[in-house]
Structures are given as C-alpha cells and as structure tokens.
Design a protein around this ligand. Structure first.
Ligand SMILES: NC(=O)c1ccc[n+]([C@@H]2O[C@H](COP(=O)([O-])OP(=O)(O)OC[C@H]3O[C@@H](n4cnc5c(N)ncnc54)[C@H](OP(=O)(O)O)[C@@H]3O)[C@@H](O)[C@H]2O)c1
Length: 241
C-alpha cells in the first residue's frame, strides 16, 4: 500500500495534541485536509473549529484507563493511517530528588504509555498493510546528561522500542520512525527552572517539527528513515532564576 502523498483524507491520531509539537502537527494536518483524533487531558488549550478534529480526553499516565481507552479508539478508528505518539513531560533533578511515585509516573507517561499506543494501533496499521507510527523521542534518547536520568531512561527506552517495532513491522508495510528533537520552544519548559535562551537559534519551533513529521508522512514507501535527529542551529539554555 502506498503512503499518503496527499494528506487530504488521511486520518491521524496524535497524543499530546493540546500543546506544543502535537498541537502544531494537528493544526498543519487539519490545514492540509486530514482528520485528527487528538488525545490530551485539557482540550481547552486547543479547540479548533473543525469537524475533522476529534478531541479525546485521557490521562496517559493512568495506564489501566489508557490501555482500555486506546483499545476502544483503535476499534472505532480502524482507518487511522498515521499514529503520532508524542505526549510527554519532563521532570529534572538528581535521582535522589525523585520520589518513587514520581519515577513511576514519569516512566508510565514517557515510556509505557507509548508502548500502549503501539499495542493498540500497530495492529490497525498492520491490517491496513501500511501507514506510519511516529514516536517523538528526544536528544535525551541519545545522550544521558546530569539531572536527566528519569527522562533519559524513558526516552532511551523509546528508542529501543521504536527499533523493535520497525523490525517487527517492516514486512507488513508499516513504517516506524523515531524523531529526536533538540530544544523546541514549547510549554514543555513552563514547569521547569530552565528554558531555551532568547536567541531564536537556540531552539526550534513546534512548527519546524510538525513540518518534518508531515514530510515523513508524505514520503513514498521508501526510504524508511527509522530515526531522525533535529537540532536547532545554536542550542542554548538559560536558567529562570
Ligand atoms: N520541547 C522540547 O524541547 C522537546 C525536545 C525533545 C522532545 N520533546 C518531546 O516532545 C513531546 C511533546 O512535548 P512539547 O515540547 O510539545 O511539550 P508541551 O507543549 O508541554 O506538550 C505536551 C503535550 O503532552 C500532553 N500530555 C502531557 N501529559 C499528559 C498526560 N498525562 N496525558 C495525556 N497527555 C499528556 C499535553 O497535554 P495536556 O497537558 O492537555 O494533557 C500536551 O498536549 C514530549 O514527548 C517531549 O518529551 C520536547
């Protein structure tokens, strides 16, 4: 089955569609005529006036509910041809600053919920003999760095899972791509004590990532990229205090 050179009529599922990268991707897909099923906890942040946008309220860190809801969505949306597993959040600090429940929560959200999405939607794509699973990793999937142990553990885990999914799906015509952005200027940093520096070159925009995701979806059957790293030209952080 060919991919989606025309996005008009494509149905995509995006987690974390209410903000940042997921929102920019949903907006671009809607502009291009696609239908979007968007998952987030708070849809007041992004509520496009489009019949082609279906918001689904779900806390992906609640794994039992997430597993059931994602299975239900996969049953209803058998025509999803692109699943974009994007939702996530960062919490940073020395490992001794984390409680056990914070570690569990962050791994549940940033790793396990992505496995659950794949568990529900890879069978949909396999049945179609085509389509894309795109997982948003991070530069933290490639390099461990101080204060990033829990976040990096989840993102490194996603990288292994993405490689395994790609291998599992290659004979079924399903393409699996891990996208690893460097700094992207989004509300991801709102709850953190650091953020990208003011210089525009220090961080990408969510629209930069959205454009790359659409480019992947529009690329005909071959090549499979497997992994794409995208960095700002001059990455730099600043501390808020
Ligand atoms: N910004 C960066 O520099 C950067 C760099 C590399 C990778 N990333 C990755 O990119 C992805 C998107 O991040 P972003 O920068 O776009 O951040 P963002 O603007 O904060 O967006 C995060 C999205 O994830 C959703 N989300 C968070 N927790 C959730 C939960 N428990 N259940 C359901 N949805 C949840 C949020 O929706 P609600 O709050 O409405 O639930 C929101 O739509 C993340 O996986 C992040 O790790 C970001």
């Amino acid at each position: 089955m060919s991919r989606h050179p025309a996005l008009d009529g494509l149905k995509a599922l995006i987690t974390g569609s209410s903000s940042g990268i997921g929102r920019a991707t949903a907006e671009l897909l809607l502009q291009r005529g696609a239908a979007v099923v968007g998952i987030a906890r708070d849809h007041t942040k992004f509520a496009p006036h489009s019949k082609r946008y279906e918001p689904v309220t779900l806390d992906l860190s609640d794994l039992d509910v997430a597993a059931t809801t994602l299975d239900d969505l996969a049953r209803v949306h058998q025509d999803v041809a692109a699943a974009i597993s994007n939702a996530g959040a960062g919490r940073f600090g020395a490992i001794e600053q984390f409680s056990a429940s914070q570690i569990r929560h962050d791994i549940d959200l940033n790793l396990t919920s992505h496995l659950l999405l794949a568990r529900s939607f890879l069978p949909v794509l396999k049945r179609r003999n085509g389509g894309d699973l795109i997982i948003i990793g991070s530069e933290a999937a490639l390099r461990g760095a101080r204060t990033g142990s829990v976040y990096c553990a989840a993102k490194f885990g996603l990288r292994g899972a993405a490689q395994a999914f790609a291998d599992e799906c290659s004979r079924r015509g399903v393409r699996v791509t891990l996208v690893n952005p460097g700094f992207v200027r989004t509300p991801f940093f709102d709850a953190l004590d650091f953020e990208p520096a003011d210089d525009p070159g220090s961080a990408l925009t969510p629209e930069d990532i959205a454009a790359k995701l659409l480019e992947i979806l529009e690329t005909p059957d071959r090549p499979a990229y497997h992994e794409i790293n995208i960095d700002p030209p001059d990455p730099a952080l600043r501390y808020k205090r």
